[in-house]
Write a protein that binds this ligand. Structure first.
Ligand code: MN
Length: 487
């Protein structure tokens, strides 16, 4: 993997060459050790001692496409006016690792030489001031560099930075417009390009149909074999599965030809197609592509980004929709699903391919789709909405459960969860914040990661967790409205 992070260590020229050599040697050792534990390598770049040096390395970080972010640390004291220009210019995600080479204060050994070499407690404060003074978005992580929690948080910073990279290179392919009259799936495409980097453009459904018609039997057969290996086939309607394969191949060809990592379509515009892509969209999501139904390009891009931020660059995150509630006291749950398109990365067991009638839309034939239950576990749901003049990212903590009933007649993949703080307060908070019915549900991206993503992208963030009340949330939203008007 060529993607990497740069480790820039602060010092100055007051200490003599021996100290600087020690700092460089240790920094290299730490970067090498951490690289073994982190999702992306941490490459030691320089022990920085001047403004020119720091400005140069930050400019290089901006222009190097393989550099996903910068991690800084001050082994010794490093006067921060030296960092001002460089940090101000830095456009990549930035983490200040406030750590220390040694775990313990060595009782017998400690003298003033030791203090001069090991003064991160002192240096990291000076270093932190300048980023605060610059209002620089950053992740601050404090602790011993070999500590598990520190490694985990540094890993999460790296994954977020990768998400930032994916966002800034995001191209979304829209087939058809948003579903008629729906408000929350709309948004300012120029604003998202400026703020998040997304290029959101439209392609004709007719062009997709043309590409579908050029798909060969051999291509369909190869993908059909992949379906057979990955899923149980629970239908006699093999033609419908082959048709989905043809749709998938055509959509993928068009996305790859245009460097798109996400797509949207709508059941209101399937002109020339027999079925809404169901299995096709689901399998594309399992490959890491984003998808949003009813023309929801925002949730589509967010699905691709959050999948990229997950485990191994394609985690357990999926386009999701809140459908219906179980309101029995003490057993309150949300049931999430979609017409067809839920990513199998959420599945508890091997998904099965089924065909069923789909009443909504222009489906001439019964679309094939994957049916499964979502797995149990902690997670989040996330929704990006356009507030008019700014974007708001809303994240709610959830606890997914094994669905408490079989629902034998429900012909789609389903996930059941308990939203925090509880179902009714959670719903009241979500609705108060304006969260959409479409979300990205993730088992492996955390709320803290999404908060950092929002911080690096410069968008509003709202988190609904176990301690949120409607009253506190209303106040928070009022304050944020004022703050964002001033920006
Ligand atoms: Mn929907």
């Amino acid at each position: 993997m060529s993607k990497q992070f740069w480790f820039v260590v602060g010092s100055q020229d007051l200490y003599g060459q021996e100290v600087l050599d020690t700092v460089a040697r240790r920094s290299e050792e730490m970067a090498a050790w951490l690289s073994e534990k982190l999702p992306y390598p941490l490459v030691y770049k320089v022990t920085a001692m001047s403004s020119d040096q720091i400005t140069k390395v930050m400019k290089e970080a901006n222009y190097d496409d393989d550099c996903l972010g910068v991690v800084t640390w001050c082994h010794t004291f490093s006067p921060s006016k030296m960092w001002l220009t460089g940090l101000d210019l830095l456009q990549k995600p930035y983490c200040h690792l406030a750590t220390q080479y040694n775990l313990e204060i060595p009782n017998d050994e400690i003298d003033m030489d030791f203090m001069n070499l090991n003064q991160a407690a002192h240096g990291d404060r000076e270093h932190g001031f300048i980023a605060a003074r610059l209002r620089k978005p950053r992740k601050v992580i404090a602790g011993y560099w070999k500590d598990e929690k520190v490694i985990e948080r540094l890993s999460e910073f790296q994954k977020v930075a990768y998400g930032v990279h994916v966002s800034r290179n995001m191209k979304v392919m829209r087939f058809g417009d948003n579903m008629r009259d729906v408000a929350v799936t709309e948004g300012d495409k120029v604003e998202v390009q400026k703020v998040l980097g997304w290029e959101v453009n439209t392609w004709a459904v007719g062009d997709l149909v043309k590409v579908m018609n050029e798909v060969t039997d051999e291509e369909v057969e190869a993908l059909f074999d992949t379906y057979k290996e990955s899923y149980d086939i629970n239908t006699d309607n093999i033609a419908a599965i082959r048709y989905q394969a043809k749709e998938e191949i055509a959509i993928k060809k068009m996305m790859d030809a245009n460097n798109c990592k996400a797509f949207s379509n709508t059941f209101q515009d399937l002109y020339g197609m027999e079925q809404l892509p169901g299995l096709a969209s689901q399998h594309l999501m399992s490959l890491g592509y984003g998808y949003g139904g009813e023309g929801d390009w925002k949730v589509s891009a967010m699905t691709a980004i959050m999948k990229a931020m997950g485990e191994n660059g394609n985690g357990a995150s999926a386009f999701m929709e809140d459908y219906t509630y179980h309101l029995v006291k003490g057993h309150e749950y949300s049931l999430g699903a979609h017409m067809l398109e839920v990513c199998p990365s959420l599945a508890a067991d091997k998904p099965r391919i089924e065909t069923h009638h789909l009443g909504i839309g222009m489906n001439e034939k019964d679309p094939a789709r994957l049916v499964f239950e979502g797995k149990a576990g902690k997670g989040i749901v996330a929704s990006l909405i356009d507030m008019g003049g700014r974007l708001r990212l809303i994240v709610q903590d959830i606890e997914a459960v094994k669905p408490i009933m079989q629902m034998p007649n429900l012909p789609v993949a389903r996930v059941m969860w308990r939203a925090l703080p509880d179902l009714t307060d959670g719903v009241e908070c979500w609705i108060t914040a304006g969260g959409a019915h479409h979300t990205v549900l993730s088992y492996d991206v955390t709320a803290e990661m999404m908060r950092d993503f929002a911080k690096f992208m410069g968008i509003e963030f709202v988190h609904i967790d176990k301690d949120t009340t409607v009253e506190k949330l209303e106040e928070e939203l009022l304050v944020k409205d004022l703050v964002w008007k001033l920006r």
